[in-house]
Ligand binder design. Structure first.
Ligand SMILES: Cc1cc2nc3c(=O)[nH]c(=O)nc-3n(C[C@H](O)[C@H](O)[C@H](O)COP(=O)(O)O)c2cc1C
Length: 390
């Protein structure tokens, strides 16, 4: 049996343990550049004992940000990114950049750039219609992922995580509901998966074996007519066969259509409504209950679905969702998952892993109240954490 706290290989890397800090957009980049606050956020998580932390999120193009306060990968960002990777390495952890294009989840108005989607749809945050890229536009998106990965390598990142989840652009292409294209990127599953596979291959080609390449894939969107688990299993199989990934992280839900399927637990409707821009806030008042549904929370709530992937794939897998204590994390490893990823528990207690020790009861203080979620629009933090110095 492998020990979750023992070193483990991830592609070309050896991580000091099997715990990865999951991407949680930090809200600490007001000018789309690294700040001291962002560096300190990840330094603290690294000092807290994780094997690897994940910077969320690094958009591959200005219009690929969920809003203009997010980093997009460009030369100007390089000095700050270098500082960030050095700080994390100084604490003995590895660092990954989550790369992606927000697609229909982007706020076009804030970005001053159109939001892309596989097919024309209304972009609620930007209050305008999305732009549908043609084959050339898609090629640009693929090339932008490769460019961003190269920049990440230059900045000293050890890994990149390609975002294929939550109905961001690549995941919106996977969805039969959002993707109604008639060209080679729409229709059959093989066509809908083309963008995701091209992006992953382009990233691998860009960085070779010098970095670990992982992807975060949605197992199901959690909406009727959306991307299903059977389809996701097939896409995961293709990604494995393509041979460009070192590991696959499994998620669920859609930032666009069903965010609470990502998180489970309490729906923070009141505070979410407060932080939305005005027209979207009015819309949210009307449909908020349907949009932010409550799902019962339980430890490792994605494990049942993820086990199906474990049974069918040989690719290393990262289990995510509701992992907050050593027993659950070790159980995931015993069940054949190679790594665990943790989001909210490490927002609550960045030093949790350092305090984990076999036999020691270190229950997480995270209550999955999800009040951290609305804070992404200001500065992401656990609202229960007593001190979060700016
Ligand atoms: C405040 C917050 C911000 C998040 N931002 C991102 C993000 O930028 N990219 C992403 O893929 N997932 C994001 N997530 C989802 C997490 O990576 C993870 O999938 C989810 O929180 C479930 O894991 P957990 O139970 O360990 O928290 C975010 C989650 C939270 C709570």
């Amino acid at each position: 049996m492998s020990d979750v706290l023992a070193p483990a290989r991830l592609g070309p890397l050896t991580l000091r343990n099997r715990v990865i800090k999951a991407a949680t957009f930090e809200g600490r980049t007001p000018d789309a550049l690294v700040t001291d606050d962002l560096v300190e956020f990840h330094r603290e998580v690294a000092a807290g004992g994780v094997g690897m932390t994940t910077v969320a999120y690094c958009a591959v193009a200005p219009g690929g940000r969920t809003d203009r306060h997010q980093i997009w990968m460009r030369e100007e960002a390089l000095p700050g990114l270098r500082r960030l990777t050095e700080a994390v390495h100084g604490e003995g952890a590895a660092i990954s950049a989550q790369l992606g294009h927000a697609g229909p989840v982007a706020n076009a108005k804030s970005n001053q750039a159109p939001a892309l989607a596989p097919s024309r749809m209304f972009n609620p945050l930007g209050m305008r219609f999305t732009k549908v890229p043609d084959a050339l536009g898609i090629a640009e998106v693929v090339a932008a992922h490769a460019g961003a990965a190269r920049l990440a390598r230059t900045a000293g990142f050890d890994a990149v995580e390609v975002h294929l989840g939550h109905n961001y652009l690549a995941s919106a292409f996977l969805s039969p509901m959002l993707n109604r294209r008639k060209d080679e990127y729409g229709g059959s599953l093989v066509n809908r998966a083309r963008l995701a596979r091209e992006v992953v291959k382009a990233v691998r080609d860009a960085v070779g074996d010098s970095m670990a390449v992982t992807a975060k894939l949605t197992m199901e969107d959690g909406v009727r007519g959306g991307f299903s688990i059977e389809e996701s299993l097939q896409v995961a199989q293709w990604l494995q066969d393509d041979g460009a990934l070192d590991a696959l992280e499994l998620t669920a839900g859609s930032s666009l259509l069903n965010p609470m399927a990502i998180f489970r637990g309490d729906a923070p409707r009141k505070n979410f409504a407060k932080v939305l821009p005005l027209p979207a806030r009015w819309g949210f008042r009307l449909v908020g209950k349907g949009f932010l549904r409550e799902y019962p929370y339980r430890p490792a709530y994605l494990a049942d679905k993820a086990r199906r992937f474990r049974q069918e794939l040989t690719l290393p897998l990262i289990l995510l969702g509701g992992i907050t204590d050593l027993t659950t994390a070790q159980q995931a490893i015993d069940d054949g998952f190679d790594f665990v990823a943790m989001g909210r528990a490490l927002l609550r207690e960045p030093d949790l892993i350092r305090r984990w020790a076999p036999g020691a009861a270190t229950p997480s203080l995270c209550t999955h109240c999800n009040e951290c979620m609305p804070t992404i629009y200001t500065r992401t933090e656990c609202v229960l954490r007593p001190t979060t110095p700016v």
